[in-house]
Design a protein around this ligand. Structure first.
Ligand code: GAF
Length: 389
């Protein structure tokens, strides 16, 4: 495993070789996990994410002209673009960065050009928000480099808009918020309507958080994500006829959804019920954290998975298998699929002393069932996007 220090040295060497100069700034943009509160962000509900020790590092310097020159170290690719003529790139990854420049400009800021080398250890496609890490890291770096005076929340909103409008992915605000606002040993309870946030302690001395990467990403994920959003909006439109103060599902309760079950198409009812229950679950789970009751917290992770599997229907065979493997395991407090669904990782809360044997058991079972090598990542909760001294 390459240490952060060794990897920074490597990025610095690439920067000097490519640009023949010294950088002005080093920035770290972390990926994220989400403990509970899935598919609630775009419903204005509560989420419970944290930023982690999987990260993208940025080595960057100002330029005197209006050019962005970028090296993606992991991919061994380079890309240059004029800041005053932004067009999407077939390479894909530059769009996350150009999207940030685009949104800065649209918000009335004029960042200058930059030379940048970036790279990191966030597995792509695993649902750990490498895209948010990329957006937030650049927004943060440009804010520092050009003294733009943006508040942290402005950078979060701008990064989300970059993804929505320039990349064209209709995500909620959770991933960017978590990448920016993370705090070591804490989870963030974010209210996605008011954007009020609060930190809750998450001690992992006795328990480890382990991601199991299914290695699959079923292609229907993106279209189903948008369908779920629409189904939730349909539910809101129905409930609004009875209570005009309901603008988002977070404004409704499970009891209200149940009361209007007969007026809703079956799937719409299921989606609304899951969302209102999940928001309540996050509330209760935060009380578990305050009393350090990780057993109760873990149970809620299973409840979330069951809701995502049966009511929200965004899981898949591989994720269900990974969660089912843990159900009778005394070493596991909780397990669930994480993120948008249809692939990516499960998140597991495991007794620390049993972490290694847990990983071996899961890898063997997954290999036997699907013939796929299961990658497992123990993660630590860290601070959010910041300058590296
Ligand atoms: C994806 C989205 F990007 C998030 O905004 C969130 O909606 C999540 O799916 C589901 O909770 O990660």
């Amino acid at each position: 495993m390459v240490t952060q220090h060794a990897y920074i040295q490597k990025l610095l060497a690439v920067f000097r070789r490519e640009f023949n100069r010294e950088p002005d700034l080093l920035v770290r943009g972390p990926g994220r996990i989400n403990l509970l509160g899935e598919h609630t962000d775009y419903n204005g509900g509560l989420v419970l994410p944290a930023s982690i020790d999987k990260e993208i590092l940025f080595v960057i310097a100002r330029r005197d002209d209006q050019t962005g020159r970028i090296v993606a170290e992991n991919l061994n690719q380079t890309f240059s673009f004029p800041l005053d003529a932004l067009t999407p790139s077939p390479l894909g990854w530059p769009d996350y960065l150009m999207g940030v420049v685009d949104q800065l400009q649209k918000a009335g800021f004029q960042p200058g050009g930059f030379d940048l080398v970036f790279g990191g250890n966030i597995p792509v496609g695993a649902g750990l928000s490498s895209s948010a890490a990329l957006e937030c890291g650049l927004a943060f770096a440009l804010n520092q480099l050009y003294d733009l005076g943006l508040a942290t929340l402005d950078m979060v909103k701008l990064s989300q808009r970059a993804e929505n409008l320039f990349v064209g992915v209709n995500c909620g605000i959770m991933d960017q918020f978590a990448s920016m606002f993370g705090r070591a040993q804490s989870v963030i309870q974010l209210d996605c309507k008011s954007l009020h946030h609060e930190y809750f302690p998450f001690q992992t001395t006795d328990y480890a958080l382990i991601l199991c990467d299914s290695g699959v990403k079923h292609s229907l994920g993106d279209s189903e994500y948008n369908t779920r959003r629409q189904e939730c909006e349909t539910g809101v439109a129905i409930l609004q006829q009875y209570d005009a103060s309901i603008h988002l599902l977070r404004d409704a309760t499970t009891a209200l959804v149940d009361a209007h079950r007969d007026e809703m198409p079956g799937k719409v009812y299921q989606r609304c019920r899951y969302v209102t229950e999940e928001i309540q679950r996050v509330r209760e789970a935060c009380q578990d954290l305050l009393t350090n009751n990780l057993v109760a917290f873990g149970r809620k992770m299973y409840e979330t998975h069951d809701g995502l599997q049966h009511e929200y229907e965004v899981s898949c065979e591989e994720l269900d298998f990974l969660v089912d493997q843990t159900r009778a395991d005394d070493a596991v407090l909780g397990s669930r699929m994480m993120g948008g669904g249809f692939g990516g990782c499960t998140l597991n809360l495991v007794k620390r002393e049993a972490a290694d044997s847990f990983v071996s058991r899961m890898q063997e079972a997954y290999q036997n069932r699907f013939g796929i090598e299961l990658k497992c990542y123990p993660v630590r909760i860290t601070n959010g996007t910041s300058v590296l001294e």
